[in-house]
Design a protein around this ligand. Structure first.
Ligand code: RIB
Ligand code: CA
Length: 313
């Protein structure tokens, strides 16, 4: 019996977040999702929490959804409707969620869960800006030491930025929050654009999703159709990077990925490079190692895992 990993998914759905949530909920033997906390990011919080409830309802797997922070720690929110559409989950129309939003604030849920569960038992999986995680560590400094590890999507180094020439969106939206998380001492696994841009969708895979004949298959195909248009136009690539599911795939099949344990710091001062993840890939400094920075993925293995798991829903 493999050890079931207890996780909290912190997310700003976002079509790719939605696929990551479905992948986690389709894998109950390996993953126990204790809760999903929404954060402002791709679209405002009122939409990310709604979208999270839509996706949980679509999965048919009952998991509590909480609303967290509606703005970065110290900056104005920057959103990405140009990528994800005005609802943040553009694709096939899905019914308004009947699943109620939990009344507890998402940050308080994170703190309470980490204090309740034994130390080292809970993994945090942030898929958007790191505001909720950083707010939890600020509000309750005792909880950082109780986190098993943080497996996050964010950052970029060799692949450079996607929202500015230097920064990836999740880090750029709340660089102060990212700095708190990257300096927290919690073991980090970072899925940057360097690896997600190697996990590109293909027409065959999207059609395979559509041919599942399920609501999940239709939704995933339509989200990918919508989400792809931006990346294929911008990068001229044949498919689009499914960023966030790499986090969950790492929990399920870490062997699909490769990377280096290095130091990664966050730029929070310079307007020109704000939010850059300065990754010491060649170890040219003596800064302390704080992250497994992932650069490689078995793309076909990743999509085979996605296909196998999403077909279960
Ligand atoms: O830069 C990609 C990241 O920003 C993904 O998490 C996507 O969902 C958006 O949040
Ligand atoms: Ca996201």
């Amino acid at each position: 019996m493999t050890h079931r990993r207890k996780i909290i998914i912190d997310t700003d759905p976002g079509q790719d977040d939605a696929v990551a949530i479905l992948l986690a909920l389709a894998s109950p033997e390996e993953i126990e999702v204790l809760g999903i906390t929404a954060v402002a990011g791709n679209v405002p919080l009122a939409l990310t929490e709604r979208n999270a409830r839509i996706v949980v309802e679509l999965s048919g797997r009952p998991v509590p959804v909480f609303a967290g922070c509606d703005a970065p720690l110290r900056r104005k929110l920057v959103t990405a409707e140009h990528v994800h559409g005005k609802t943040g989950l553009d694709g096939i129309p899905l019914p308004e969620p009947t699943l109620p939003l939990q009344s507890q604030h998402g940050v308080d849920f994170i703190i309470e869960t980490l204090r309740r569960e034994p130390p080292g038992m809970v993994t945090l999986c942030p898929l958007g800006p790191l505001t909720n995680i950083a707010a939890a560590f600020q509000r309750a400094p005792d909880v950082a030491g109780r986190v098993a590890e943080i497996v996050l999507m964010g950052g970029a180094y060799f692949e450079v930025g996607n929202i500015t020439p230097a920064a990836e969106f999740n880090i750029y939206v709340d660089p102060e929050a990212a700095e708190i998380v990257f300096r927290s001492g919690v073991p980090l696994v970072v899925m940057p654009l360097d690896v997600t841009h190697k996990a590109l969708t293909s027409r065959d895979w999207v059609e395979e999703m559509r041919s599942l004949g399920t609501e999940v298959g239709r939704a995933v195909a339509s989200w990918t159709d919508f989400f792809e248009r931006f990346d294929t136009e911008k990068y001229g690539s044949a498919g689009a990077p499914l960023h966030d599911p790499t986090v969950i795939a790492y929990l399920l099949r870490p062997g699909l990925f490769s990377g280096r344990h290095i130091n990664v710091e966050i730029e929070t001062q310079s307007e020109l490079t704000l939010g850059m993840t300065v990754a010491d890939w060649w170890r040219v400094t003596d800064r302390p190692v704080n992250a497994l920075f992932v650069g490689g993925v078995d793309r076909d293995g990743f999509y085979a895992l996605l296909s196998e798991r999403l077909a279960r829903l």
